[in-house]
Write a protein that binds this ligand. Structure first.
Ligand code: ADP
Ligand code: MG
Length: 262
């Protein structure tokens, strides 16, 4: 009874974090802390990661026993033909989806052991996502888009607006903060998406074909920014079709038929 009440409060706090009391925040952090004590290694590791999608009677084996280690501060590119499981792998590493079998460890935490709230906390605090389609909110301007995840993390209005402005300046859009996505080029929209991914200062940036929808020159700017973030110590995982883009990573992993090749 008590547990249900608390978990319902947690759900509520994910949506309206500014209502969460200090003690609730502390106990939420404690969940990750407790689980990470066992194995304090800061990196990403997958163990026999397997994903089967079921569409009615049809089964698609999207990932098959993937064992991959990504060290803290590494810049890794994942390449492979369409349908080879790249997005599935990123979604599982980013805790956006759950595996059919196997596990994802982040900083020594087995994410399969986390509650929905623990997973939401990892997504919010440790991981920033960038997508091929930018996924910006079209009714919000650049500043509001970047500030939004901070709103969900319970950051005060003035602080989140100031930080959003700083992050937009960092990606070279200091003079575009009041522009809506439709008033910006694809490359500029992707830079907003990077600033948004950085808003809660995550350790890990995951990009699913972040340069797939923009021209070569704009793609180079995006990669320059990601490279700069890597030099600041962020772990970067990028899926790409482009060999030139992949060549800028520390390490390239190839995927085929749901497997990561050696
Ligand atoms: P990639 O990103 O390398 O193109 P995906 O991870 O998107 O590959 O897809 C891997 C396989 O899983 C493909 O055969 C794809 O059709 C299938 N797949 C991906 N997402 C789903 C889903 N939500 N439901 C059913 N099948 C899916
Ligand atoms: Mg994909």
């Amino acid at each position: 009874m008590k547990v249900r009440y608390i978990s319902r409060l947690y759900k509520f706090c994910d949506i309206f974090p500014f209502f969460s009391s200090e003690s609730l925040l502390i106990s939420r952090r404690h969940e990750l802390y407790k689980l990470s004590e066992r194995n304090i290694i800061r990196m990403i590791r997958t163990e026999n990661l397997t994903k089967v999608y079921r569409l009615g009677a049809v089964e698609v084996q999207a990932l098959r026993d993937v064992n991959l280690e990504i060290k803290d501060g590494e810049f890794i590119a994942i390449i492979g033909p369409s349908g080879s499981g790249k997005s599935t792998l990123l979604n599982l590493i980013g805790c956006l989806d759950k595996p059919t079998r196997g596990a994802v460890f982040i900083d020594g935490i087995n994410t399969g052991e986390l509650s929905e709230n623990g997973l939401a906390e990892i997504r919010r605090e440790k991981i920033g996502f960038i997508f091929q389609q930018f996924n910006l909110i079209h009714t919000l301007n650049a500043l509001e888009n970047v500030a939004l995840p901070m709103f969900f993390a319970g950051v005060r209005h003035e602080i989140r607006m100031r930080r959003a402005e700083e992050l937009l300046a960092k990606v070279g859009l200091g003079d575009r903060i009041y522009h809506k996505p439709s008033e910006l080029s694809g490359g500029e929209q992707q830079r907003i998406a990077i600033a948004r991914a950085l808003s809660n200062d995550p350790e890990i940036i995951i990009g699913d074909e972040p340069t797939g929808n923009i021209d070569t020159a704009a793609g180079k700017v995006i990669m320059d920014i990601l490279e700069g973030l890597n030099h600041e110590g962020k772990t970067i995982i990028v899926v790409t079709h482009d060999a030139e883009i992949a060549a800028r990573a520390d390490r390239i992993k190839r995927m085929r038929d749901g497997k990561v090749l050696d």
